[in-house]
Design a protein around this ligand. Structure first.
Ligand code: NAD
Ligand code: SAH
Length: 425
C-alpha cells in the first residue's frame, strides 16, 4: 500500500508566538499609511481574486503587512523566507494563526530547509512571484519549466535580484515579465539608502554594543546602500573609509568627504568593515591577514558571499560564539577577527531590518507592481519593466501627505515656461 504524504500546511518555529507577532505587526502598521490605503482599496476591488501568489521576502513585521494586503486583495498567498537568518518567528506564527497565511520560514533554518521551502512554494503553482534576490525565479526557470505557462509575472525587490534577472534576460531564459521594484525612486532612494543606513548600524550595535564614535568604519561599495551606511556611520562620529571599483562612485565618495582607497590599504586601518557591493569576496584571505586584532566584519549587501568566510574558516585555529550573531575567529598570526551575522545581512540577522516607514514605500511598490502585472496580463512581453512613473509619483504623494508635508505646485505661467523653447536670455 502506498501512503500519500500529507502536504505540510506551514513550517514555522512556534505557533504560540502569534500574539507577540500580532502586537509587533500592528506597531509596524502605524508607520505604513501608504500600504494601509492600498490594503483598503484591495479589500474592495479584489484584484488578485482566483490567483496564487508566493512571496519570498524577509519574514518581518513589514512583510506581514504586505502579505495582509495581498490576501485582502483576494490572493491565495503563501510566504517563504528570502534569507535563512532574517525570519521573525513571532511574525510567522501570527500570519499562520491569525490570518490563515501559510508561512514556511524559521529563523536560523539551514540551507537545505531554505531550499526545501522554495520547492514547497513552487508546489503552490504560483501565478505571481514576489522575489527578493531572485532565488525563487531562478529555481523555477532551472527546475520547473512545466510551470512557466502559469506565470503572469514576477516582481523583484532588490538590486542583486535585478542583476540576476538581467543575466537571465541576456541568456534568453526569462519567459515572463518582471517588475523592477528596486528601481522605483520611492524604493531605492529611501529603502537602500536611509533604510540600510540606519538598520545596518542598528545590527552592528545590537550584535556588539560597540561604540562607533572614534572608530574607523570601512564601507565597501558606494552605491545606494553604501551611501546610507557611510552617512550614518559618520553621523555617529566614525571616521569613514570607502572602497569602490567604479571611478564615478569613488569621486562621489571623495567629494562627500570620505577617504577613498583600495581594500588592501583599508584592511589595516579599519575597526569595523561593512560590505554593501552585491559582489563576491570583497573581503578575502589577503585582507584578513592585514586586519587589526579584534576587527569586526559584516555584510549588508548580498547573501553571505561578500566576505570570504570559507577562507577565514580555513585559516582559523578556533571559532567561537562570543555573543548572539557574533563569532570570533582566531588566526595563526595571534590576532582575531569578529564576524557578525554569519556574513549574512547584518541588519536583518542581528536587528529587525529596515524600519517600517521606508518599507511602506517599498511594499506599496510591490503591491501596485503585482496589480499592474494582473491588469496587463498577456500584454507584457518577457522582459524587465520599471514601475510606471505615475505609480512612483502617487506613492510619493501619499507618503508626503501622511508625513503632513505639503509642497508647491506649478503655476500656469511656470508650466508654460518649462514647455517652451522660445524664451531664452
Ligand atoms: P548599487 O549597485 O547601487 O551599489 C553597489 C556598489 O558596489 C557599486 O557602486 C559598485 O561599483 C560597488 N562595488 C561592486 N564591486 C565592488 C568591489 N569589489 N569593491 C568595492 N565596491 C564594489 O547597489 P545597492 O542598491 O547599493 O545594493 C548593494 C547590495 O545590497 C545588493 O546586493 C542589494 O541587493 C543589497 N541590499 C541590501 C539591503 C539590506 O537590507 N541590507 C537593502 C537594499 C539592498
Ligand atoms: N535576499 C538576499 C538579497 C538582499 S535583501 C539576501 O537576503 O541576502 C535586501 C532587501 O531586503 C532590500 O531590498 C529591502 O527592501 C529588504 N528589506 C530590508 N528590510 C526589510 C524589512 N524590515 N522587511 C522586509 N524586507 C526588508
Amino acid at each position: 500500500m502506498t501512503v500519500t504524504p500529507i502536504k505540510q500546511k506551514y513550517d514555522i518555529k512556534d505557533i504560540s508566538l502569534a500574539s507577540m507577532g500580532q502586537q509587533r505587526i500592528d506597531w509596524a502598521a502605524r508607520e505604513m499609511p501608504v500600504l494601509r490605503q492600498i490594503t483598503e482599496r484591495f479589500a474592495q476591488e479584489k484584484p488578485f481574486a482566483g490567483l496564487r501568489l508566493i512571496a519570498c521576502c524577509h519574514v518581518t513585521t513589514e512583510t506581514a503587512n504586505l502579505a495582509i494586503a495581498l490576501k485582502a486583495g483576494g490572493a491565495d498567498a503563501i510566504l517563504i523566507a528570502s534569507n535563512p537568518l532574517s525570519t521573525q518567528d513571532d511574525v510567522a506564527a501570527c500570519l499562520v494563526a491569525n490570518y490563515g497565511i501559510p508561512v514556511f520560514a524559521i529563523k536560523g533554518e539551514d540551507n537545505d530547509t531554505y531550499h526545501r521551502h522554495v520547492q514547497i512554494a513552487l508546489d503552490h503553482k504560483p501565478n505571481i512571484i514576489i522575489d527578493d534576490g531572485c532565488d525563487v525565479v531562478a529555481t523555477l526557470v532551472k527546475e520547473r519549466k512545466h510551470q512557466l505557462s502559469d506565470i503572469i509575472g514576477t516582481t523583484e525587490e532588490t538590486t542583486t535580484g535585478i542583476v540576476r534577472l538581467q543575466a537571465m534576460l541576456k541568456d534568453g531564459v526569462l519567459s515572463f515579465p518582471a517588475i523592477n521594484v528596486n528601481d522605483a525612486e520611492t524604493k531605492h532612494f529611501f529603502d537602500n539608502r536611509y533604510g540600510t543606513g540606519q538598520s545596518t548600524l542598528d545590527g552592528i550595535i545590537r550584535a556588539t554594543n560597540v561604540l562607533l564614535a572614534g572608530k574607523t568604519v570601512v564601507v565597501a561599495g558606494y552605491g545606494w546602500c553604501g551611501k546610507g551606511v557611510a552617512m550614518r556611520a559618520r553621523g555617529l562620529g566614525s571616521n569613514v573609509i570607502v572602497t569602490e571599483i567604479n571611478p564615478v562612485r569613488a569621486i562621489e565618495a571623495a567629494m562627500d568627504g570620505f577617504r577613498v582607497m583600495p581594500m588592501s590599504e583599508a584592511a589595516s586601518q579599519g575597526d569595523v568593515f561593512v560590505t554593501v557591493t552585491g559582489n563576491m569576496h570583497v573581503i578575502r584571505a589577503e585582507h584578513f591577514e592585514m586586519m587589526k586584532d579584534g576587527a569586526m566584519v559584516c555584510n549588508s549587501g548580498h547573501f553571505d558571499i561578500e566576505i570570504d568566510l570559507k577562507s577565514l574558516g580555513a585559516k582559523a585555529t578556533e571559532v567561537k560564539d562570543v555573543r548572539n550573531f557574533t563569532q570570533q575567529y582566531s588566526l595563526p598570526n595571534g590576532k582575531s577577527i569578529v564576524v557578525l551575522g554569519e556574513g549574512r545581512l547584518v541588519n536583518l540577522a542581528a536587528a529587525e531590518g529596515h524600519p517600517s516607514a521606508v518599507m511602506d514605500m517599498s511594499f506599496a511598490n510591490q503591491a501596485l507592481g503585482c496589480e499592474y502585472l494582473v491588469k496587463n496580463k498577456g500584454q507584457l512581453a518577457p522582459g524587465i519593466y520599471s514601475i510606471p512613473t505615475e505609480l512612483d509619483q502617487d506613492i510619493a504623494a501619499l507618503k508626503l501627505k501622511a508625513m503632513g508635508i505639503s509642497i508647491d505646485s506649478l503655476t500656469a505661467e511656470q508650466i508654460n515656461y518649462i514647455n517652451s523653447w522660445t524664451s531664452g536670455t
